[in-house]
Design a protein around this ligand. Structure first.
Ligand code: SF4
Ligand code: SF4
Length: 198
């Protein structure tokens, strides 16, 4: 159940405030990402990520409503521009650059980094990562991952924990922010910014 507009207004949950809170969260994520990137560089491992490298900018990405508030605040007219054709992120321009870079969501800020992830057993079985008989029914499957383009020169399994970003912790914080603000977790397809007024 969503909380009422009146409650949100009384408690200061204005779109502006929600966007500011999320941007404060992004600042912390960016600082953490910079620290990990510097540590990797100190050990001779440079990330491939650069402007124009957009293989990770997929079409089906979604954002939380708080992340959407940042996009609306920093790029209020983006929905009036021409969306990227289906097959890649709707916010990409024709040079492969992100049109909402300053407001890009959490997943885009961390995708190139070495990540520690956790997914439910059923999802892991569907992806062929585990055999059903090897894991209990309520298990969460933990694993490390990195973009294929960075995987070529970074052995993610060999890294110390301090050089791997825990997506589980960051996503839990994102979910908590959504719960505290809206009363429930809900994600919005990025493509919906270019349709009506979601
Ligand atoms: S929001 Fe920007 S960085 Fe994220 S997937 Fe879309 S184009 Fe790429
Ligand atoms: S995550 Fe991969 S595809 Fe995305 S910018 Fe980095 S190297 Fe390129």
């Amino acid at each position: 159940m969503d909380i009422s507009e009146e409650y949100k207004e009384q408690h200061g949950f204005t779109p502006e405030k929600i966007a500011d809170t999320m941007m404060a969260f992004y600042e912390k994520i960016d600082a953490l990402s910079t620290r990990i990137e510097s540590q990797l560089a100190e050990h001779g491992m440079k990330l491939t990520c650069h402007a124009g490298c957009c293989a990770c900018c997929r079409d089906e990405l979604t954002v939380t409503r708080a992340e959407a508030a940042v996009i609306r605040k920093l790029f209020p007219t983006i929905g009036k521009e021409k969306p990227h054709a289906p097959g890649a992120c709707v916010f990409l321009d024709d040079r492969g650059l992100c049109r909402i870079y300053a407001a890009r969501p959490y997943v885009c800020r961390t995708h190139g980094l070495p990540l520690h992830l956790s997914i439910p057993r059923d999802e892991a079985i569907e992806l062929g990562m585990v055999n059903p008989e090897d894991v209990p029914e309520d298990a969460e499957i933990e694993f490390r991952s990195i973009c294929e383009l960075n995987h070529e020169h970074i052995d993610v399994e060999a890294l110390p924990n301090g050089m791997v970003l825990s997506s589980e912790i960051a996503e839990t914080q994102l979910g908590l922010m959504e719960l505290c603000t809206f009363g429930e977790e809900k994600r919005i397809p990025m493509r919906s910014f270019f349709l009506s007024d979601t």
